[in-house]
Design a protein around this ligand. Structure first.
Ligand code: ADP
Ligand code: ASP
Ligand code: MG
Length: 410
């Protein structure tokens, strides 16, 4: 007998038929004698609808009230699933974040989980009751409802699995695993049977939204056995043909590149005519850091005249307006000639732990993009990834060309 956490995303609970389908999968695990805690997302589209209502009323909404509104979607889906299970004769009840409680910090709209109280849950699970937990939400020490950032139900599920010391955390979604690239864009993408935590972490943070980045971080840290599966496939059980997220030594034959991602959440800023002197970068990035704006890729051009240079960097699209405002406000002290911004960019990345032991990975990327006449604006590398910034219009073309260039086509 095992203790299992199952998580079902928005499309998996999109309507009552889908909820019945989910209930069937939950019931099957319970009938097999397992203890089952289920984490659900809001019904597809619901969270976006609630977010839009908040922003329509006021662009300067109170984040505490935003959380009160956008957490509502999971309240509905968890209740509906509990009702469905009960109607099937399965003992079940819904749990909201504050009822468990799932305690978080008070950084509203992107809160982090601090602790999950499990004593009562464990008792109920041991008594054969299925716990249907509303994902994406928690409660701060001040007693206010918090949410974990978009896609946060994945993190709810992994955190719950860690807190309950579950044997498995099964993430059910609308694709049957993690692919070499987003299967909705790259038709030849292949499903990966296994992927390392490290690669999954990079892929998630570089745009593969199949798992929220923090959920992978947590799974890696807490050694949660994580797998990604389709909620629409008929099979049930632990030997499902999804994707297992594992340690590096559990993968026998490692490919050089495991995945290719695109992140459209980037915006580019270029400061032209910046003095080429010690301390300039610190003066530019200091105020941005103080405003909690994360700077991602950075390049500084060589100075042609020895006096001035250009600095290009990226921030998230959401931070662009604030970054621009800050830099324009500091124009006197920064002494640059012009600030140019561009939202029409995408960050394309190739990821793979095999890169550590192979040369020429970046070169192959540059050549494949050159062959399609795609201009590279910024480059960034780390031990297991190479990222380039290109014009957003070329997203699909670049993903497909790279997928072929690295021999990943299925
Ligand atoms: P859920 O609502 O179940 O949480 P999401 O929409 O958040 O589902 O995540 C699943 C989606 O992630 C898929 O429909 C797919 O388009 C997208 N995706 C992006 N990159 C990948 C990838 N490398 N492998 C699988 N899915 C991916
Ligand atoms: N419902 C939330 C969202 O759409 C959380 C999730 O689906 O993981 O972002
Ligand atoms: Mg998701």
């Amino acid at each position: 007998m095992a203790r299992i956490v199952q998580k079902f995303g928005g499309t998996s609970v999109a309507d009552l038929d889908r909820i019945r389908n989910v209930a069937g999968k939950v019931a099957a695990e319970a009938a097999a004698g397992h203890q089952v805690a289920v984490v659900v997302s809001a019904m597809a589209g619901e969270t976006s609808r609630l977010v839009a209502l908040c922003t329509e009323i006021s662009s300067l909404f109170d984040a505490r009230e935003y959380d009160a509104v956008v957490s509502a979607g999971e309240q509905v889906s968890s209740g509906l699933l509990a009702i469905t299970l009960q109607a099937m004769g399965v003992q079940a009840r819904s749990w909201l974040g504050w009822q468990i409680p799932v305690t978080t910090d008070d950084v509203h709209a992107k809160a982090r989980i601090l602790a999950i109280e499990t004593a009562t849950l464990r008792e109920r699970l041991a008594g054969g009751e299925v716990a249907v937990v509303a994902g994406f939400q928690g409660v701060s020490s001040r007693g206010r409802i918090t949410t974990l950032g978009r896609g946060g139900s994945d993190t709810s599920a992994v955190a719950l699995a860690a807190a309950l010391e579950a044997d498995r955390c099964d993430i059910y979604t609308d694709v049957d695993g993690v692919y070499t690239s987003d299967p909705r864009i790259v038709a030849r993408a292949r499903k990966l049977g296994r992927i390392t935590y490290e690669e999954m972490l990079e892929m998630a943070s570089l745009g593969a939204k199949v798992l929220q980045t923090r959920s992978v971080e947590l799974a890696m840290k807490e050694r949660v056995r994580l797998q990604v599966l389709s909620s629409l496939a008929p099979e049930i059980g632990s030997d499902l043909p999804g994707t297992l997220v594992v340690d590096e030594d559990e993968i026998v034959e490692q490919e050089v590149v495991s995945g290719i991602t695109a992140s459209r959440d980037e915006a580019k800023l270029t400061l032209i005519g910046v003095e080429d002197q010690p301390g300039v970068a610190a003066r530019i990035f200091g105020p941005l850091a103080e405003a909690a704006i994360n700077v991602d890729m950075i390049v500084q051009n060589v100075s042609e005249d020895g006096k001035t240079t250009g600095i290009t960097f990226t921030v998230t699209k959401a931070d662009l307006a604030r970054a621009q405002q800050i830099l324009e406000g500091e124009r006197e002290s920064l002494r640059y000639r012009r600030l140019v911004t561009d939202k029409n960019v995408v960050k394309i990345s190739v990821v793979g732990v095999g890169m550590r032991s192979h040369a020429g990975v970046a070169q192959r990327m540059f050549r494949a993009l050159a062959e399609k006449s795609i201009n590279i604006q910024v480059i960034a590398t780390s031990e297991i990834k190479v990222s380039v910034l290109i014009a957003e219009d070329y997203t699909e073309l670049a993903l497909r060309a790279l997928h072929t260039a690295y021999g990943l086509d299925g």
